[in-house]
Structures are given as structure tokens and as C-alpha cells.
Design a protein around this ligand. Structure first.
Ligand SMILES: Cc1cc2nc3c(=O)[nH]c(=O)nc-3n(C[C@H](O)[C@H](O)[C@H](O)COP(=O)(O)O)c2cc1C
Length: 200
């Protein structure tokens, strides 16, 4: 093992559902467990417990590089900056993400000078009640296009259809396996990037 591999990569799980131990939470945990298998350190936050206001579109951040809204986004950005892997989870709410999750992503608008988005590796997890995977298309499409826009490599998107009740996704073996694999892959990519950029 080389010296730069001995420093553990860090994975940050971000749960966009208000339900603790819900399907998003379980899937995010499974991705983090996969990252841990590769030696990653990890942490998880619940957006529902944070105070993150929507973007006000004042464009002050364009001049100063800093958002005028002082809330929990500043501490979350610090965690995002420190992490190599972001596990971004939201259930489908009326074909889109939850309000918490959308407000969080909109705040990336003012964060581009504070976080090196292009250096991260993202995994997106999306559970939902509908059994038709196409129902997640707006949510997964929003994340694919947004990550593409901010130049964050998307490792994979795990969609878990057919889960309504809290924690029901635990019985969905394929989704759980995909989530675990995604975590392993994301951590492996973060370690591989570090081999190329030993100073990171
Ligand atoms: C307000 C609300 C809107 C929802 N809208 C949809 C929907 O449009 N399509 C769908 O398949 N499931 C929908 N669901 C179901 C959730 O996506 C599903 O229960 C999911 O597993 C919840 O994830 P969680 O356990 O992480 O909260 C909705 C649930 C809520 C509370």
C-alpha cells in the first residue's frame, strides 16, 4: 500500500428524506458500508435536521463568492469540502426530489468558489413507491445534468422502485447490492485519483 493510500478517503452521506431509517437512509448507509469496505472513513447528515434555506437568487455570491444566507449550509459545505465521495439520497416526491434536497442542491449555485466540485465522486440513490423505474427519471435526470454542469463525476445512480414503507428497501436484494457496489466503486475511484494526485 502506498503512502497516499494510507490516508483514508472520506465519504459523506446526505439524506434528503425526513424519515430516519427510511429507504433513503438505508440505501445511503449501504453505499457508505461499501466505501468502508475499501477503507473509507464516513459521516452522514440528515437535511431534515438542518436549516437550509432556498437560494434567493440575489447573485451576491457572483461578486463575493460567498452566499448571503447564513444557515447550516456553511457547515455542510465544510463537510462536503473535506469529503472525496458524496452519497446524495432523495426519495421521489411527486416525480422530483424532496423540498429539502432541492433547496440543498440550489444552494450549490453560491458554493462554486468554496468547494472543488470537480474533485469529488458522486453516488445518487433514489427510492420510490412506483414499480416503474421511469418514474424516477426527472429526479435522476436532474442530478445527472446538475453533476455534469458542476463537473462532479457521477459514479452511479441507484434507483430502488417499489418501496413505500420505512425501511422496505432492505428486502430489495438487488438495490441493496447495487448500493454496496456503488460505495466500493466510488471509494476505489477516489483512491485511484489520489494515486494520480498524491498531494490531495
Ligand atoms: C409527499 C410524498 C410524495 C411522494 N410522491 C411519490 C411519487 O410521485 N412517486 C412515487 O413512486 N413515490 C412517491 N412517494 C413515495 C416515496 O417515494 C417512498 O415512500 C419512498 O420509499 C420514501 O423514501 P424514504 O423512506 O427515504 O422517506 C411519495 C411520498 C411522499 C411522502
Amino acid at each position: 500500500m502506498s503512502a497516499n493510500r494510507t490516508k483514508a478517503v472520506r465519504a459523506l452521506g446526505i439524506v434528503g428524506s425526513p424519515r430516519r431509517r427510511g429507504n433513503t437512509d438505508v440505501l445511503v448507509d449501504e453505499v457508505l458500508a461499501g466505501a468502508k469496505e475499501q477503507g473509507a472513513a464516513f459521516e452522514k447528515v440528515y437535511l431534515g435536521r438542518l436549516d437550509i434555506s432556498p437560494c434567493r437568487a440575489c447573485d451576491t455570491c457572483k461578486k463575493t463568492g460567498v452566499c448571503v444566507v447564513q444557515d447550516d449550509m456553511q457547515s455542510l459545505l465544510k463537510k462536503m469540502r473535506a469529503a472525496d465521495v458524496w452519497v446524495l439520497g432523495t426519495p421521489v416526491y411527486f416525480w422530483g426530489p424532496t423540498g429539502w434536497f432541492k433547496a440543498f442542491v440550489d444552494r450549490w449555485y453560491g458554493a462554486r468558489k468554496q468547494v472543488r466540485f470537480e474533485d469529488k465522486h458522486a453516488v445518487v440513490v433514489v427510492p420510490m413507491e412506483d414499480t416503474n423505474p421511469a418514474t424516477a427519471r426527472h429526479t435522476t435526470g436532474m442530478m445527472q445534468d446538475t453533476l455534469d454542469h458542476v463537473k462532479t463525476p457521477l459514479v452511479t445512480t441507484v434507483v430502488a422502485p417499489g418501496v413505500l414503507k420505512r425501511g422496505a428497501v432492505q428486502a430489495k436484494i438487488e438495490a441493496m447490492r447495487s448500493a454496496r457496489r456503488a460505495g466500493r466503486d466510488a471509494a476505489a475511484r477516489a483512491y485511484a485519483k489520489r494515486q494520480c494526485h498524491p498531494s490531495d
